[in-house]
Write a protein that binds this ligand. Sequence first.
Ligand SMILES: [Fe+2]
Length: 288
Amino acid sequence: MALQVRSLNPALGAAVTGVDFREPLTPAIQAELNAAWMAHLVLVFPDQPVTDAQHVTLTRVFGEPEIFHQDIIKSRSLPEIFRLSNVDDDGNLMPPAHPTMQQINLARRWHTDSSYRENPAMGSMLHGVEVSRTGGLTCFINLYDVYDALPPHLREAVHGRKARHDFEQLSRLAATRKLTDAERKAMPPVWQPLVRRHPVTGRTSLYISPIYNDAVTGMDDGDAVALIEELAEFADQERFIYRHEWETDDILIWDNRCTMHLVTPHDPMERRVMHRTTIVGDGPVLPG
Ligand SMILES: [Fe+2]
């Protein structure tokens, strides 16, 4: 059966069917998947009831899986699996005040994964193990289109500038538990260009990750935060967004180099279990 790729939205996102991720993939199918990913930025694979080990194997079609630097969200059984879940490894529901939930819930604001790394993650792959019926939609913004549409004053403001991406900004925003010294040392803040060139497509996009950005070169911190907020607000327009309503065993892959995402709130008493792998970046961010 041949691969079918169907666009889901004019901005970004395509559904891909005609493939079973429990079976080995031919090099030709792997190449088609990578090409579809570059063309649509977000791919949705419905009805893929994979094990965590198969999820990790599938991730390798696109790149090398990352091992997360914190222990709190990492799966005990497979270190490549990042548990975006309100249920802990022992099956207990975690209340919203739980420090792990406070950190996970920051994903309700626009961001791109691992942007605080020197070589940020190129992509992420999320498997809906137990999906929400009360919210929990994952929404994506096409940052190529956002860059192309920037009004002149914002284009001017981002030109040649870098933003700081600091993992510790999470604990400042949510008053979550403070980072340990080891966590802080493992992840010092990095400066990334606000305009980047995609290493594969060569296209130019905006590059912000508002939950991690706390400074911009050549600006005082107040102006920097205001600029990041204005850019995030401009990007948050229907014409740039695809919203994914989850079905059980959907697998999504997105490109962190040219998109931002967030998750919408859901009833905290409802179990939501999502397993993510993260794909190691292919090098430092190229300025656009
Ligand atoms: Fe995320």
